[in-house]
Write a protein that binds this ligand. Structure first.
Ligand code: B12
Length: 210
């Protein structure tokens, strides 16, 4: 954890946060450490929002800062690309939810680990997941969601995949802020991943790369 970066993000000091992130990366800091600091900062921002100390513009500013830092990190992580691999992963944020910063981190870490990823974006209906599975034929389907209302959206998505006769063709993982093992059970998914590293680990297991 880099305290100074966490503080700059939490206090909405955009210029300082971006400068700090750039300096850390230039100095060779592990990009994952920077991502961890971002996640920590977002947790604090979220708590302030819950308490009514921060409002929607703060969340938007936090989202913007995180997006900019992710963009700085992305090329560096891609450089770490190593062994050739295969395995298709379809991912999207479920219906009713527009959060995508974490999903995008998962996408670029998967791509960095040489998975072929199709990202169908935010607020995606169950039918859209089904259509994309038919088209792309992935081994793994990832559902992201940060809102409690995403629990039901995930359940409905899994049901739609089942009804389409595709459930035994894919492994389904879920993730995003409020997700837990319990939600995984509720939604009928195969696994819950607490972070992007876990998402990569699951995909490696399920595609026989581990
Ligand atoms: C930034 C932000 C926003 C931005 C989003 C910008 C964007 N492009 O994503 C904006 C301003 C748009 C926003 C809007 C809203 N937000 Co908001 N937001 C946040 C905030 C502060 C940070 C989220 C974030 O990016 N975290 C950082 C990333 C890196 O973490 P992550 O997403 O969890 O992802 C990691 C892991 O979870 C995992 N992961 C993620 N996806 C997946 C998928 C798979 C398959 C796997 C394995 C792993 C995985 O890997 C990632 C990297 O390690 C959170 C607070 C918080 N504590 O999370 C609130 C929060 C999620 N928002 C909240 C709310 C209420 C809202 C709004 C409803 C506010 C409003 N009144 O309008 C709207 C929702 C609109 C909608 N329909 O979706 C609440 C949700 C409460 C709840 N339980 O339902 C939170 C928790 C704030 C709070 N404490 O109240 N928000």
């Amino acid at each position: 954890m880099v305290e100074s970066l966490v503080n700059a993000l939490v206090e909405m000091k955009e210029k300082e946060a971006l400068q700090e992130a750039k300096q850390l990366l230039d100095a060779g800091t592990d990009p994952m450490k920077i991502l961890e600091s971002c996640s920590k900062a977002m947790e604090i921002v979220g708590k302030r929002f819950e308490k009514g100390v921060y409002f929607l513009p703060h969340l938007m500013m936090a989202g913007e800062m995180l997006k900019r830092i992710s963009e700085m990190i992305k090329p560096l992580i891609k450089e770490q690309k190593a062994e050739a691999g295969r395995g298709r992963v379809l991912i999207g944020t479920v219906e009713g939810d527009i959060h995508d910063i974490g999903k995008n981190i998962v996408v670029f870490l998967l791509e960095a680990n040489v998975f072929e990823v199709r990202d169908i974006g935010i607020n995606q209906k169950p039918a859209k997941f089904v259509e994309a599975i038919r088209e792309f034929q992935p081994t793994v389907v990832g559902m992201s969601g940060l809102l409690t209302l995403a629990f039901d959206a995930m359940k409905k998505t899994v049901e739609a995949i089942q009804e389409a006769g595709l459930r035994d063709k894919v492994r389904i993982m879920i993730g995003g802020g409020v997700m837990t093992e319990k939600v995984k059970e509720y939604a009928g998914a195969d696994a819950y991943g607490p972070d992007a590293v876990a998402a990569v680990r699951l995909c490696k297991q399920w595609t026989g790369r581990e």
